[in-house]
Write a protein that binds this ligand. Structure first.
Ligand SMILES: NC(=O)c1ccc[n+]([C@@H]2O[C@H](COP(=O)([O-])OP(=O)(O)OC[C@H]3O[C@@H](n4cnc5c(N)ncnc54)[C@H](O)[C@@H]3O)[C@@H](O)[C@H]2O)c1
Length: 242
């Protein structure tokens, strides 16, 4: 129960990595709110998750309204996980302008909007943990995930470092995780459900599980990571090392 008494928000928390992270934070005693643009109530029992709200993180107006509601209810926020993300695969020749704009709006702008919505409250508190979702493809380019997604993730990882520098004087840590291939709907879609090729391309010989990313999120959300900021943690089975 390392997060007892902490108030956490996970964006895109209704499925995949977000749901695993939200569950792991709740297991450690945190009060957890979930924002997602589509909710499957079956995944979100009210005894586990105190607040669930339908929010599109790419909309400044929706984020501002939902953040106002959350801060009015809780009086602050200790942990923000900017997890909501989409992937529109395709080569540069295949992607169109609307695809590019949508990926940037959800992944990169959404991370900016949600961070901005809570940075003031964290600064006033003098504490907070912001955890962003980068990706291996933002470090090495992504063939399966495509250039828009990869560029958005590279942007998130650089945004993480800038925000970490800005928020460090106020006791707020900002870090990112860069997962490789983790079994969720997103990666299943990209690999058409066939992960067998990864047996040879990933040194550990398998794709990752959502709980293995959630465990790192718990570390970044808790006191054991108090001296870590601006860090991008690879969680990729050795697929990319730097
Ligand atoms: N699965 C992987 O292999 C992998 C690898 C690296 C990074 N990531 C990143 O991890 C995060 C979660 O990925 P996942 O695999 O769980 O994906 P997923 O598609 O399984 O789940 C994403 C969740 O985000 C929500 N969402 C999407 N757009 C939203 C929006 N505009 N506003 C609010 N909610 C929105 C979806 O409804 C869904 O619940 C993403 O940022 C993704 O880029 C995933």
């Amino acid at each position: 129960m390392r997060l007892m008494g902490k108030r956490a928000l996970v964006t895109g928390g209704a499925a995949g990595l977000g749901l695993a992270i939200a569950t792991a934070l709740a297991d450690e005693g945190a009060q957890v709110a979930i924002w997602d643009w589509q909710m499957d109530a079956a995944n979100l029992p009210p005894e586990r998750f105190s607040i669930t709200a339908k929010v599109d993180v790419s909309s400044g107006a929706q984020v501002e309204r939902a953040a106002g509601d959350l801060l009015a209810q809780w009086g602050g926020l200790d942990i923000l996980v900017n997890n909501a993300g989409i992937c529109i695969p395709g080569t540069v020749l295949e992607l169109n302008e609307a695809d590019w704009d949508r990926v940037m709006a959800v992944n990169l702008k959404g991370t900016f909007l949600c961070s901005k919505a809570f940075a003031g409250a964290m600064r006033e508190q003098g504490s907070g943990k912001i955890i962003n979702l980068g990706s291996i493809s933002g470090k090495m380019g992504g063939i399966a995930a495509g250039s828009a997604y990869s560029a958005s993730k590279a942007g998130i990882m650089c945004f993480t470092m800038s925000l970490a520098r800005e928020m460090a004087p106020f006791g707020v840590n900002v870090n990112a995780m860069a997962p490789g291939v983790i079994a969720t709907d997103m990666s299943k879609g990209l690999s058409k459900g066939d992960y067998t090729s990864y047996k040879t391309t990933i040194p550990l010989g398998r794709v990752g599980e959502a709980r293995e990313v959630a465990a790192v999120a718990v570390f970044l959300a808790g006191p054991d990571s108090d001296y870590l900021t601006g860090e991008i943690i690879d969680i990729n089975g050795g697929m990319f090392m730097d």
